[in-house]
Design a protein around this ligand. Structure first.
Ligand code: UGA
Length: 440
C-alpha cells in the first residue's frame, strides 16, 4: 500500500483519539469537523473535552506538524487516501439512533470523492445498526465502488473514554467488515503501518461487524446489570457483600472478573444508547430482545436503589442537604452523558432537598444542565460542609483516599453512601455508612 495519509471525519472521543495517535506516529493526518470553534480551538491546541494524555498528544502532534484540523472536507479528502468516518449517531427518543449527521457526511464525502482522481478507502467507525452500511452507505457509493475509485469497510471501535488513547494503541481486537477481500486487505495494510505488531484481526461481512459492536457493548451492560441485581439482593442479606460474590464468580474463567463492579448503574454515551438501539433494531424480529430489555430496565431502576439507601438514613426531608461526590459517568472523564448523577440530582430536587456537588472535571458540564438549582463546590471539603448525607457517585481516585474523620469533622451528620464501592466498609464502622451491594 502507498504510504497512508489519513483523514478523520468527526472529532469526538473516537475521532480525535484516532487522529492524534496517527499524528503521533508521524502519519500525515487531517482532522475534519463541521464545528468551526472546535476546529479553531484544536488548531490552537485546545481540545473540547478532557481525556487523559490527550493534551500531550495534541501539543506534540501540532508541534511535529503531522496533523491539521479543518472544516474543509474536500481539502481533507483530496489530501488523504483513507478516511475514518467517526461522526456521532446520537440516541433518539424511541430508542433508535439519529442518522442525520451520518447521512449528511456521506453525501458530502460522495460529492468530493466523485471528483477525486485517486483511490480512496472509506472506513465506517460510527456505530450504526446492523444493515445500515448495506442499505444506506453502499447505495450512495455504488457508482464509485463499481468504477474501482472507492472502497467502503466497517471497522467498529472498542475504545473506552478515560483510556481512549491507550485503547487505540493497544486494541484487544480489530474487526474488519468487508464486501470483498481486496477492501479489507487495504485496511489491514494500513494497520500494518500503524502497529509494530499487528493485533488480532477478524474479517467478517459488513453486517456482522456492525452487530459485533452492539453485541460487545450489550454483553458488557448485561454483566453490569447482572451484578447490580445481585447487589440489590445482598443489600437485604446481612453479612453479605456483592464484591465478595463478584470476586468469587470472577475467578471462574468462563465468567471473568471484569465488568462485575456493582454501582449506581451504567451511563455514558455508549452502553445505554447501544443497548436501546439493539432493542429498537431487534423489535422487528419476534421475541428476540427480552434479555436486552431486562438489562436496560435493571439499569433504569438502579438510581432508585441508591435513593432507597438515602431513605434508610432518613435524610429525604425538605431542605436537608445532600453532597454528591462525582458527577462524571465514570472516572477520568468530564463526560456526563447519561450519567447516573443527572437522574439522582433530578430525583433529589423533586423532593426539595438541597444539593451540593463536587467533581474534579465535570462541574462545568453539570452546570450547563442544572444552572442555579444546585450548589457547585470547588473541593471535597466545601462539598461536605454542613450536609446531612454524602453520596459517592463516581470512582475518582481522589475520593478513594477519604477517611471517616473528614466526614465526621465537616458534615452536619456523617451519613455516607458509597454507590461505587471505593471505600473499605471496615474502616467506616464508627460513622453511618451504607454501600451498594453491602448487606446490613
Ligand atoms: C464502552 C465500552 O466499554 C467500549 O468498549 C466501547 O468502545 C465504548 O463504550 C463505545 O461504544 O464507544 P465507555 O462508555 O467509555 O466504553 O465506558 P465503560 O468503561 O464501558 O463504562 C460504561 C459505564 O459502565 C460507566 O458508567 C461505568 O461506571 C459502568 N461500569 C463499568 C459499572 O458500573 N461496572 C463495571 O464493572 C464496569
Amino acid at each position: 500500500m502507498v504510504k497512508a495519509r489519513i483523514s478523520v471525519i468527526g472529532l469526538g472521543f473516537v475521532g480525535l483519539s484516532i487522529a492524534l495517535t496517527n499524528a503521533k506516529k508521524k502519519i500525515s493526518t487531517i482532522g475534519v469537523d463541521v464545528e468551526k470553534t472546535k476546529i479553531e480551538n484544536l488548531n490552537r491546541g485546545i481540545p473540547n473535552f478532557f481525556e487523559p494524555g490527550l493534551q500531550n498528544y495534541l501539543d506534540e502532534s501540532l508541534e511535529g506538524k503531522h496533523i491539521e484540523f479543518t472544516t474543509n472536507l474536500g481539502y481533507a479528502l483530496k489530501n488523504s487516501n483513507l478516511s475514518f468516518l467517526c461522526v456521532g449517531t446520537p440516541p433518539i427518543k424511541d430508542g433508535g439512533i439519529n442518522l442525520k449527521f451520518l447521512k449528511k457526511a456521506l453525501k458530502d464525502i460522495h460529492k468530493n470523492l466523485e471528483i477525486k482522481k485517486t483511490h480512496h478507502l472509506l472506513i465506517i467507525k460510527s456505530t450504526v445498526a446492523p444493515q445500515s452500511t448495506v442499505n444506506l452507505v453502499l447505495p450512495i457509493f455504488k457508482d464509485l465502488i463499481n468504477k474501482g475509485k472507492v472502497d467502503v469497510v466497517t471497522n467498529p471501535e472498542f475504545l473506552r473514554e478515560g483510556s481512549a488513547i491507550n485503547d487505540v494503541l493497544n486494541p484487544h481486537l480489530i474487526v474488519i467488515g468487508e464486501y470483498d477481500k481486496k477492501s479489507g486487505k487495504i485496511l489491514e495494510s494500513y494497520y500494518r503501518q500503524f502497529y509494530k505488531t499487528l493485533p488480532e484481526i477478524i474479517h467478517t461481512d459488513i453486517t456482522s461487524a456492525e452487530l459485533i459492536k452492539y453485541a460487545n457493548n450489550t454483553f458488557l451492560a448485561t454483566k453490569i446489570s447482572f451484578i447490580n441485581s445481585l447487589a440489590n439482593i445482598c443489600q437485604n442479606l446481612p453479612g453479605t457483600d456483592v464484591n465478595t460474590i463478584a470476586k468469587a464468580i470472577g475467578k471462574d474463567p468462563r465468567i471473568g472478573p471484569l465488568f462485575l463492579q456493582a454501582g449506581p448503574g451504567f451511563g455514558g454515551s455508549c452502553l445505554p444508547k447501544d443497548i436501546s438501539a439493539l432493542i429498537d433494531f431487534s423489535n422487528k424480529f419476534k421475541r428476540t430482545n427480552e434479555l436486552f430489555k431486562a438489562v436496560l430496565s435493571v439499569n433504569q431502576n438502579q438510581p432508585m436503589k441508591v435513593i432507597e439507601l438515602l431513605k434508610e438514613f432518613n435524610v429525604l426531608k425538605k431542605n436537608n442537604t445532600v453532597s454528591i461526590l462525582g458527577l462524571a459517568f465514570k472516572k477520568d472523564t468530564d463526560d456526563i452523558r447519561a450519567a447516573v448523577s443527572i437522574e439522582i440530582a433530578k430525583l433529589l430536587l423533586k423532593k426539595d432537598l438541597k444539593i451540593k456537588v463536587y467533581d474534579p472535571m465535570a462541574i462545568d458540564n453539570f452546570k450547563k444542565l442544572f444552572k442555579e438549582k444546585i450548589v457547585y463546590c470547588s473541593s471535597i471539603d466545601e462539598c461536605l460542609k454542613e450536609s446531612e448525607c454524602c453520596l459517592i457517585l463516581t470512582e475518582w481516585d481522589s475520593f478513594k483516599k477519604l477517611k471517616p474523620k473528614k466526614f465526621k469533622k465537616l458534615m452536619k451528620k456523617p451519613n455516607v453512601i458509597d454507590a461505587r464501592r471505593i471505600l473499605d466498609p471496615n474502616k467506616f464502622l464508627d460513622i453511618n455508612f451504607k454501600a451498594v451491594g453491602l448487606g446490613n
